[in-house]
Design a protein around this ligand. Structure first.
Ligand SMILES: [Zn+2]
Length: 89
């Protein structure tokens, strides 16, 4: 798993490579707050440039990653299964 430019590159155990744009990753943030606010025009999350920059990624129990974004948002735990279902570039 590697950050390349504005994308997250993942090499899965079966050899599949996946490239997920960070913008998409942030918009698909699985935390309760984002899930609740996604798609609602009036109260949707207000993104800034920092919202799409990753500050750090912390492994969670061998099945997921917590992504901490540069705007301070850190609620999203991205399970491997969840990431695999995201569209590949
Ligand atoms: Zn979130």
């Amino acid at each position: 798993m590697d950050l390349i430019g504005s994308e997250l590159a993942i090499l899965w155990n079966d050899g599949t490579e996946q490239f997920i744009p960070l913008k998409l990753l942030r918009k698909e943030c699985p935390c309760a707050w984002c899930a609740k606010n996604a798609g609602t025009q009036s109260s949707g999350p207000a993104y800034t440039e920092d919202s799409f920059q990753v500050r750090s990624m912390v492994p969670v129990g061998g099945y997921a990653f917590q992504i901490i974004w540069c705007d301070g948002h850190a609620g999203g735990i991205y399970g491997y299964d969840y990431m695999r279902k995201l569209p590949n570039r």
